[in-house]
Design a protein around this ligand. Sequence first.
Ligand SMILES: [Zn+2]
Length: 71
Amino acid sequence: MGTVASMRPRGKSGCPMCGKPVMEGHKPFCSARCRQLDLGRWLSGSYAIPGEPATSDDSATPPQEDKDNES
Ligand SMILES: [Zn+2]
């Protein structure tokens, strides 16, 4: 194991999202951005139900096969 894990809280310092040094005020993440990312994952269900396809009819597949883009 050489590279820094990006999704594993190792030790005490290290953002579980990107692995960057944790910043005070955003623990246990490095920034509010990673914090939101993690939260988004939770809400998305990526963390909640691993293994189960959480493909809800929300906004997973954008309507792209409608007509030609531009002529
Ligand atoms: Zn981070």
